[in-house]
Ligand binder design. Sequence first.
Ligand code: ADP
Ligand code: LRH
Length: 483
Amino acid sequence: MKSYAAVDLGASSGRVMVGRAGPDTLELAEAHRFPNRPVRVPEGLRWDVLALYAGVLDGLRAAGSRCEGRIDSVGIDSWAVDYGLLDADGALLGNPVHYRDGRTEGVAEKVWTTVPAEELYAATGLQYAPFNTLYQLTAARSTAQLAQARRVLLMPDLLAYWLTGEQGTELTNASTTQLIDPRTRDWARGVADRLGVDLGLFPPLRHPGDPAGVLRAEVLEETGLAGPVPVTAVASHDTASAVAAVPAAGERFAYICTGTWSLAGLELTAPVLTEESRAANFTNELGLDGTVRYLRNIMGLWLLQECVRAWGDPDLGGLLREAAKVPALRSVVDAGDAAFLAPGRMPERIAQACRASGQPVPGSPAETTRCILDSLALAHRRAVADAQRLAGHPVDVVHIVGGGTRNALLCQLTADACGLPVVAGPTEAAALGNVLVQARAHGTAGDLAGMRELLVRTQPLTRYAPRGGTARWRAAEARLADR
Ligand code: ADP
Ligand code: LRH
């Protein structure tokens, strides 16, 4: 059996996991977890990328010590859209900008005066989100940093470059830039030319499973690993890795990747580029093996994370137990609303949204938590229903993966709201998808269906049956639509 290190960087924490995979085995153990704390400096909200890199090195050292210094390969995935700029010497120019930074406000509208939103969607299949890389690069257009930049490296590609000295742009993550055509799975050159984006700044595309260099000698020394250690390109968008690790059988399933975000949708074989789909803000991101991740971004547990931070970090388990006792569906907010994107004052912003829509204003933390979880379940219901209708792809089951699987109340409410059985798990789906793609590249895992069979056989899963009461969810949905 081989050992793989999966570096998985989420918006709230980074982790380095050790995966062991064989024909009938898939084991995952956490070697190291570290917080991912963005920092607000005078110029805006930035990722602390050096702290993240230090966490990766600590994690690789910890991973090595679990495997007598012998790791067969390393793979890296992270959140999407963000990037670092390198100068002509290959040095990083400034700290990567956080996708919640305000610099992209109003930028999309300007872009659409050159390439109308309808055309942009038809060419790239990407939903509107203010932080798509295209809008970030446009917002940066007149900055000294971009003028000096010779390279754009997406976050996982930047870390891989620091580990190996080699550069590439991994495709699944590139598909979140709004600069990729989901039909050709190549750069959308026409769009880039019209908008003055220099695609030459990106290194060549690479695909999950491609070799991505070997750990540099200094990295081996610092981590105590025995070389050579290859780095393998995985589905480097965390959501792509997580979807690859959805333990589904067949095609009739929806998935919800729950963590800081909820990414809810379907796995398809071709993109849906209709005007109706654009209006419903569904995205066509690229997945493993020619698949399309047809999904909607929902604010996710970010809403709760920000409240918990505002309340001084009370115990989450206790809060969820109290929230379970609060009557259901008293007030709901639109968990897809970009108004919740920026950090800060989240309990007040949720209260304000309830007040503005004439609903009871949640008072206690338990009531606010209940409002968030009801709202998320409602947004899950809408996304799962809309995706099926827009793609003409019916489902029988909803799979929930990611940190939200630890929130039993959210899983049950999602089953109730969707009126479908929910299968929850694995929690560390992105890391498992990362490991499985490495294992396949190194000869110990099968195709996507085979990977999923292995997950079903090896991973603990929890099932939630819908408890009825769909009419109440339908009514809450209508209530929200009326406001
Ligand atoms: P990301 O990858 O975006 O950083 P995760 O997938 O790690 O996010 O999920 C983080 C979320 O998981 C937290 O915001 C929290 O709401 C939820 N979570 C983590 N641990 C627990 C727990 N013990 N009980 C309930 N929810 C939890
Ligand atoms: C989740 C995620 C999501 C993106 C967002 C920026 O971690 O990758 O798929 O839309 O971060």
